[in-house]
Design a protein around this ligand. Structure first.
Ligand code: NAP
Length: 458
């Protein structure tokens, strides 16, 4: 093997190992940062290994792509806020999948009927999946960004129409394997795949979009793996399969955390049903900083339950300050973490890690739930759906069966939120009307800052 090829192949092997170690690192908050760095080094190695390939005909075009990519990617990485990360990720998937599709289209344009029995199915698969992921991800991004309405867009017979369209697309795919020279079949499949991507995501509510994005991520990975098979690039096959597998597992984990099936997410039009009547029985009780500070200062155990509102308020640092102030007074402090709190998997873990909250204080749902009945105060910071007792108590609720953090079983619950805003699912939360629940209205960061001062003087 000539030295350049040897270098490329070796760099691909090392990069693949680093990708696997990176994924392993991402499975725990403590090792996630290291995992990310390992994967970055792996990607850099894979790029360098590819750049020395002697089949490259023009470095000018690669340089131009690099400049354009950096001009878009760097500001996006620096400026997009954490709360907009899901739509940013969707946009990246759209770009990645479009790249896979374009490679497939150009390969077909160049070689057409000359593609062999291995390359043709891989190429068709790449184009089909890549194209539907491109448009699907763009619609997901538009829904999360509020460019399109977040509610499911549905009409009668929609699922049958969509499945028929998918059937015709798959038929084109199958026919192409027998008649690879029929370009009209290829371009029809390409067109239908783009349309199917749009129609697949339109009926899904914004509340389910993070699951859809994880699923589309897995499609983009599989499309890349197929690209690797078409152009004979091993690292692309390995990275694509890792991406495809991990994205799929992530979507399953998220569905489990919401007690939903993947088919229910894709075809259930979640979020179109309005809230149940029982939700708003009773009235809410407003409280104030001084009263909450006294409750906290004299508690034995306080449990903090962060949610999406903590992320929007960027209140994680001041929350840590409140925890420190309470611990100085001998209060035991714990953080209850729901797997789908916030807007992306691990959202709360990332924010609390940023504030250097010790991992030992973060408690998962199964561990903390039995502790709520003996907890003096549960402080809910901008969480709503993940503490909605309707999921447990009301079988008619659209979130029935979703595991929740059972804060309503604590002696007192204090909810920090700005007003009457609903959670992502659009439901009214009966927790807020319970006799042991008090509402501390205001921006979470502001309320927590005031609480820190008040606890010091309590
Ligand atoms: P949530 O149900 O979306 O509720 C967030 C609450 O925060 C709102 O009720 C809002 O009320 C309050 N809020 C917003 N800004 C605030 C601020 N600056 N200060 C104080 N409060 C503020 O959040 P969640 O309980 O974390 O639940 C997450 C939802 O996303 C679930 O429905 C989950 O299924 C869904 N989801 C998440 C993921 C994921 O990966 N994490 C994936 C799929 C779906 P006000 O407007 O009144 O302040």
């Amino acid at each position: 093997m000539e030295p350049r090829t040897l270098f490329t192949e070796l760099s691909y092997i090392v990069a693949s190992v680093l990708f696997i170690l990176g994924l392993r690192g991402l499975s725990h908050p403590e090792s996630a940062r290291r995992g990310m760095h390992l994967a970055e080094i792996g990607m850099l190695l894979a790029i360098i290994g590819t750049l020395v390939n002697r089949e490259i005909v023009s470095y000018e075009w690669i340089l131009a792509g690099l400049v354009v990519g950096c001009a878009i990617g760097v500001p996006m990485g620096l400026m997009v806020p954490m709360t907009a990360m899901p739509q940013r990720t969707a946009l990246s998937h759209a770009f990645g999948a479009l790249a896979a599709s374009l490679v497939g289209i150009s390969e077909y344009y160049l070689h057409g009927a000359g593609l062999g029995p291995v390359k043709m199915p891989a190429l068709s698969f790449e184009v089909l999946l890549g194209s539907l992921t491109t448009t699907g991800s763009l619609i997901a991004c538009a829904k999360l960004q509020g460019i399109l309405p977040g509610a499911p867009l549905t009409y009668k017979g929609q699922n049958i129409f969509n499945l028929s369209l998918l059937g015709i697309t798959v038929l084109c795919f199958v026919l192409l394997l027998t008649f690879p020279g029929h370009a009209e079949l290829f371009y029809l499949m390409l067109f239908l795949s783009f349309v199917f991507g749009v129609l697949l995501v339109l009926p899904i509510g914004a509340a389910d979009m993070p699951v859809v994005i994880a699923l589309l991520n897995s499609y983009a990975g599989l499309a890349s793996a197929a690209t690797g098979m078409v152009i004979g690039n091993n690292v692309l096959i390995i990275a694509g399969m890792l991406d495809g597998g991990s994205g799929f597992i992530l979507s399953i984990v998220m569905c489990k955390a919401m007690n939903r099936s993947i088919t229910n997410v894709l075809f259930g039009a979640f979020g179109s049903v309005s809230e149940t009547a029982s939700a708003s029985d009773g009235e809410m009780h407003a409280t104030n900083i001084e009263d909450v500070a006294i409750l906290l200062a004299y508690a034995r155990q306080a449990v903090f339950v962060p949610g999406y509102g903590m992320a929007t308020a960027q209140a994680q640092h001041v929350l840590r300050q409140l925890a420190d102030a309470l611990e100085e007074r001998g209060v035991t402090v714990k953080y209850a973490i729901h797997p789908v709190a916030g807007r992306m998997p691990g959202h709360m873990n990332v924010l609390l890690a940023e504030a250097n909250v010790p991992y030992s204080q973060l408690q998962e749902l199964e561990v903390i739930n039995p502790e709520f009945p003996t907890t003096d105060v549960a402080i809910v910071i901008g969480a709503n759906d993940v503490v909605n007792p309707d999921a447990r108590d009301n079988p008619k609720s659209i979130i029935a069966g979703m595991p929740i953090l059972e804060v309503d079983r604590a002696k007192t619950v204090v909810v920090l939120k700005r007003g009457q805003g609903k959670g992502f699912s659009g439901l009214v939360n009966p927790l807020f009307f319970k006799p042991n629940c008090e509402m501390l209205y205001g921006d979470a960061k502001e309320s927590l800052t005031n609480l820190v001062q008040a606890v010091h003087t309590a």
